[in-house]
Design a protein around this ligand. Structure first.
Ligand SMILES: [Zn+2]
Length: 382
């Protein structure tokens, strides 16, 4: 059986000078039209108490240079603004913000009968043509849209949204529970533990060191009463930090993709805890924050891959006492009986020796299977 899904491919671009100029102009125009339309909406609302229905086309006479960029990019701004407004009114999200230069420079365009295309060495985009690119894997399927972006360290990327057909993976008749480990990245109910990758730890150390240097340079500039934009040393260091950060993001994603795919491939039901990651990510300690956001990315990947490949992901209540319950007999310890420092314990009732994390993942699996039975028709892919 096959299924049609939307898959994102991120490709590094190597634009020549003219093309870079076009991108800069496009980032500028989309940012301008966002800010202009938003501002006019706000002002109009103050006077008329209703929303102004404005479109990018209305601004092209007054600001003729808007005609120099891809008009679909401007249309997408209008759509994004509309969805930001609707999120504000219907979902209680924050009010749309003005965009600043250099913050998330990007624009999105659409494929209209081949205006966006990929060859072995290039990506073709509307109004600008072929741009040299590094294509890692073949892109199969209909390209829907392309989002061009520039990172703080000056690299260009295009993210292509592609309609792809995936085949359901065969059933393995194996189920698994996953616990977010304290000493490991994850611990599985089959007894295996997946370590946090070593390269990630060393990159995190490096990021910490470079950030400290950056803070010092900021202090030096402020002591000399110089603007940060004029301080060459500060700017050089800022670039260095951005590069390490990008490397972490990239390597981490790669690791999480491989891990989540392997779990989905080898099991039919995957049970995890529904953790409150929003609260977790606010943690100030850098290494902790990164591992928490890894967990959130990881569960997102598990969720969509389970749906793609016909497997079931069950999230269990985060208040379920997965660590404190003995997986052998169901006896529940008190908080005092199981402090965080205890890595392994003997159950006072059935005497089973429990490795803290493995025991938790076994409980997560059992609880997951129980939940699945209760609401079976609701779970996708089962
Ligand atoms: Zn027990």
């Amino acid at each position: 059986m096959t299924k049609q899904v939307l898959n994102a491919y991120k490709v590094r671009l190597y634009p020549i000078e003219d093309q870079q100029l076009f991108f800069t102009k496009s980032f500028g125009c989309t940012r301008f039209i966002w800010n202009k339309m938003l501002n006019d909406k706000i002002e109009y609302y103050k006077e008329n108490k209703t929303e102004l229905k404005n479109t990018p086309a209305q601004y092209k006479t007054e600001f003729e240079w808007l005609k120099e960029v891809d008009s679909l990019a401007l249309d997408n701004v209008q759509q994004n603004l509309r969805s930001a407004y609707s999120k504000f009114f219907k979902q209680g999200a924050g009010f749309p913000k003005f965009k600043k230069k250099g913050q998330k420079d990007s624009y999105t365009t659409n494929n209209q009968k081949g205006t966006v295309a990929v060859t072995n060495t290039t990506v073709k985009l509307p109004r600008i043509g072929h741009i040299k690119a590094k294509i890692h894997r073949s892109i199969n399927g209909l390209i829907k849209s392309a989002t061009i972006s520039k990172t703080p360290s000056g690299k260009y990327y295009v993210s292509l949204l592609v309609e792809t057909v995936v085949s359901l993976l065969p059933k393995t008749h194996s189920n698994i529970g996953i616990d977010l480990g304290l000493t490991h990245f994850i611990v599985l109910s089959d007894g295996s533990k997946v370590a946090n990758p070593k390269f990630l730890a060393s990159l995190q150390d490096k990021l910490g060191r470079e950030q400290k240097i950056l803070a010092k340079r900021r202090l030096v500039a402020s002591n000399q009463q110089r603007k940060l934009s004029d301080s060459k040393n500060y700017q050089k260091q800022r670039l260095k930090v951005a590069k390490v950060y990008e490397k972490i993001t990239h390597t981490r994603k790669d690791f999480l993709h491989k891990l989540s795919f392997n779990i989905i491939k080898n099991h039919d039901v995957i049970a995890i805890e529904d953790l409150n990651v929003k609260g977790m990510v606010k943690n100030r300690k850098l290494a902790k924050a990164i591992s928490d956001s890894s967990w959130s990315t990881f569960t997102t990947m598990l969720a969509y891959k389970a749906e793609w490949y016909g497997k079931a992901l069950v999230k269990i209540d985060r208040w379920y006492p997965s660590s404190k319950t003995c997986s052998g007999c169901g006896h529940v310890l008190t908080k005092e009986e199981l402090p965080l420092s205890v890595r392994s314990w003997d159950c006072p009732f059935c005497l089973q020796n429990n490795d803290r994390d493995i025991n938790a993942s076994i409980n997560i699996l059992n609880e997951g299977l129980r939940c699945l039975k209760l609401k079976e028709p609701l779970v996708q892919g089962s």
